[in-house]
Design a protein around this ligand. Structure first.
Ligand code: UDP
Length: 365
């Protein structure tokens, strides 16, 4: 078949590669001037791998997704950890037993640890919204503390909403972890592509049956030239916003270079309660690049405004899912197009889930 893939991010690229290997002829278009979508990175003059759209860490338990992307890159076995500035201390996030020890006097810390262990057990992850519902006085104190110091103000900055007004899965991504494991992710597979994400995506696209056209926005008239379209752009835009715009959150990054080996003590530091940015990422940590300078980004969340900035996050809430469902009904009546990716599926995919969806769809035709 002749296939058109709209969007050259990790979703569209996965599908394009598998389709090409199955003998289909694939054209991939993207309106941006680079491949890799929001995974795009580049090595700067210091040799530092800068992620242009913010820090990206590939992590997964999906062996099929890991095996697939591993055909196109080697990995730096990076294990991500995050610190947050809370009450003057830099403590591990997800909030865990070590965070408790760092923040509370030892008698209180011990009591809270014992309560957590007897109520939930060891090595258990508890979403903050669930921790607020135990009915136990000590745990209520702890839950209120974590809610206020870790989640409330960060989430207000990031989403413009309180945690309880968002789909619980959003704050559930960073559950309180009854453990001394300081890592952000416990997945079996985790790493940073040794040559960067862009090189990995370029290798995926490097196939004789794939043609890539950048600076090329999708137009409906293109459909007639293809048997099937896989569309990883915004589903509401595809239907000319006839049901209204799906809301997104956007980000603004302020990149700074410092003439010294390190800026901060960790790759990512969150500032839930201070400043207007949510976090600072320092890029040399991801590949442990030994440069004399260092590059960081301050991450400022903002509303998405069509034509002014980029879509980064769908906003998972009941009302938005209902609007998305109306677009899905329209999509079902158009048998030439299949939607995919964060923007096509209006879904807060991590990179591995985007790959998984691409692999799945490539098996459906
Ligand atoms: N979150 C928070 N405080 C933190 C870290 C995360 O409130 O210190 C919440 C916030 O709502 C955030 C969500 O948890 O949007 C998911 O965080 P994650 O780090 O997974 O977001 P991403 O890296 O995808 O932006």
């Amino acid at each position: 078949m002749k296939i058109l893939v709209v969007g050259c991010g990790i979703s569209g690229t996965t599908l394009a590669r598998v389709a090409a290997e199955r003998g289909h002829t694939v054209t991939v278009i993207d309106r941006k001037d680079h491949v890799a979508g929001n995974c795009f990175d580049y090595f700067d003059e210091n040799g530092i791998d800068v992620h242009q759209y913010g820090t990206h860490i590939f992590h997964t338990d999906e062996k099929a997704a890991w095996d697939f992307v591993s055909r196109f890159t080697q990995w730096y076995p990076y294990q991500h950890e995050v610190l947050a500035l809370i009450d003057g201390q830099y403590v591990p996030i997800p909030f865990n037993l070590n965070s408790i020890q760092a923040l509370f006097p030892s008698t209180i810390a011990t009591r809270l640890e014992e309560k957590l262990l007897s109520h939930f057990g060891f090595n258990v992850k508890v979403p903050i919204l669930q921790l607020r519902q135990t009915g136990d006085g000590d745990l209520q104190f702890l839950a209120d503390y974590i809610y206020e110091k870790v989640f409330l103000h960060y989430t207000l900055k990031q989403w413009g909403m309180k945690p309880e007004d968002l789909d619980p899965a959003v704050t559930g991504r960073v559950p309180v972890y009854i453990s001394r494991d300081n890592r952000y992710f416990q997945n079996r597979y985790q790493g940073i592509p040794l040559a960067g994400y862009t090189a990995m995506i370029e290798k995926m696209l490097d196939h004789e049956a794939i043609t890539v056209k950048l600076n090329t926005p999708y137009e409906h008239s293109m459909k007639t030239d293809f048997d099937q379209v896989f569309y990883s752009g915004p589903i509401d835009e595809y239907f000319d916003y006839c049901e209204g715009e799906l809301p997104y959150r956007s980000l603004r990054f302020e990149f700074l270079t410092f003439d010294r080996p390190y800026f901060q003590r960790n790759s990512v530091i969150n500032y839930p309660c201070n400043y207007d940015f949510t976090r600072i990422g320092e890029y040399k940590y991801f590949l442990d690049t030994p440069a004399e300078k260092t590059v960081v980004s301050y991450e400022y969340p903002q509303a998405f405004v069509n034509g002014e900035n980029e879509r980064y996050y769908p906003v998972p809430s009941t009302a938005n899912q209902a609007l998305y469902a109306r677009y899905c009904e329209m999509a079902e009546r158009d048998d030439k197009v299949v939607f995919m990716g964060r923007l096509g599926d209006y879904c807060y995919y991590d990179m591995d889930k985007a790959v998984k969806r691409g692999l799945y769809l490539a098996n459906t035709f």
